[in-house]
Design a protein around this ligand. Structure first.
Ligand SMILES: Cc1cc2nc3c(=O)[nH]c(=O)nc-3n(C[C@H](O)[C@H](O)[C@H](O)COP(=O)(O)O)c2cc1C
Length: 387
């Protein structure tokens, strides 16, 4: 019997009801604690979601999710990406996003648009689509020691800020309940937070996390000022990067506290703490994960995430590794952490790709009916992801 089987047997009588309580953030009432996090599906045409995506998001709400976060959607800036299969928020794509949001609302859910810029990350395909494309990043690096594109000037940063603000206004205009600023996984905003990719000596860089977070804080403030008091702003943060699973933006809890407090005072309502496994302790001496640590420093809402319902992590899946659905396994641990106050909401990614009714089936104890997520559900072409 594997560790997972043993755990599943122990938790056959799991109780998920604590996660079914509603939750309020500003004006927004979520009917339970389950979130579908941003996940690119590579179905966009010239940045616009096609008809499949309307149905895809709507079905996850009908299947139980309270909040849908769109796949990473680039801001309308020439340096954001030139890959046409990546989602974009721009005047040309607004109507298509409006249809996605309307579908989610009709089904009884809420939706945020995730605003993204790939920064210096060297995704394959860009150069082929547009040879003029120049990647912008804090210090002209794709990853530590790997030059790509160029460092953003102060003028670039001003225009990037305007693009994020416009993206947030567009999200509001299409009816979204909020935005999520993608500051994770090694992309533009995370490249500011990561000391190895932010070598700047101006006010956007420096040894302290509060120095390196200056651009993210200014952006959050600008989005808050433009969108007013009712719009929800989530900030997604990770330690790990697609290019380096052991990377760190902060070495100690106190530094995480400084980051969370800075962004909270800039206007963030939610911290979506991206970890590959929700149960992994972030620092020795405590079993708190990244979400639990963030929550210990803030009155803002916190979203946890990481391998709920699966025995392999996201990057193993993205690299084609096959895992198994774990059914009830670790659900007790998830609920224990939730009831302890480690997080307010929980993201379930791949499990909800695998089965749009994952939340409903878990709620109704219909585990044998769950369609297990398979790596083939998200098969990637090499041309899409080379980082
Ligand atoms: C196919 C795929 C695409 C993803 N795209 C994004 C994305 O656009 N934005 C983002 O913040 N995270 C993205 N992620 C990470 C997920 O949001 C989530 O953090 C990760 O899958 C871990 O959750 P899980 O273990 O429940 O799947 C993606 C993950 C997958 C599997």
């Amino acid at each position: 019997m594997t560790e997972v089987d043993e755990f599943a047997a122990e938790t056959a009588d799991y109780d998920i009801t604590p996660l079914l309580q509603p939750f309020r953030i500003r004006h927004l009432e979520l009917r339970n604690r389950f979130v579908m996090p941003g996940m690119q599906r590579w179905w966009c045409v010239d940045g616009a979601p096609d008809h499949r995506m309307v149905e895809y998001y709507r079905r996850r709400v009908l299947g139980g999710a309270a909040l849908i976060i769109s796949e990473s959607c680039t801001v309308d800036h020439p340096s954001a990406t030139k890959n046409p299969t990546f989602a974009r928020m721009s005047p040309e794509t607004r109507e298509a996003w409006r249809a996605c949001v309307a579908g989610v609302h009709e089904a009884g859910g809420a939706m945020f648009m995730q605003l993204w810029h790939q920064g210096g990350v060297n995704y394959g395909g860009d150069a082929e689509v547009n040879p003029e494309f120049v990647a912008l990043s804090p210090s002209g690096l794709s990853a530590p020691g790997q030059p790509f594109g160029r460092a953003a000037t102060e003028a670039d940063l001003s225009s990037l800020k305007r693009a994020y603000v416009q993206g947030a206004l567009d999200a509001m205009e299409v009816g979204a309940d909020g935005v999520e600023l993608h500051c994770a996984h090694g992309f533009l905003l995370d490249q500011f937070l990561w000391p190895q990719t932010n070598l700047r000596t101006d006010r956007y860089g420096g040894p302290a996390i509060t120095d390196r977070a200056t651009f993210v804080a200014e952006l959050t403030e600008a989005v808050r000022a433009a969108t007013g008091p009712d719009f929800v702003i989530s900030v997604r943060i990770s330690q790990w990067k697609e290019s380096d699973y052991d990377a760190r933006i902060v070495d100690e809890p106190d530094q995480l506290g400084q980051l969370v407090r800075l962004l909270r005072s800039a206007g963030a309502d939610i911290f979506h703490m991206s970890a590959r496994r929700f149960w992994t302790p972030e620092w020795e001496g405590s079993d708190l994960g990244l979400a639990g640590w963030a929550k210990s420093f803030t009155d803002a809402a916190v979203i946890g995430v990481g391998s709920v319902g699966l025995d392999v992590d996201v990057m193993a899946s993205l690299n084609g590794g096959e895992g198994r659905a774990t059914g009830a396994s670790r659900i007790d641990e998830l609920v224990r952490r939730f009831q302890r106050g480690d997080f307010d909401l929980i993201s379930v990614g791949r499990s909800q790709i695998g089965d749009p009714e994952w939340v409903a089936k878990m709620t109704d104890h219909r585990i044998p009916d769950i369609r297990a997520f398979r790596a083939g559900d998200i098969a990637l072409g090499d041309d899409v992801m080379s980082a």
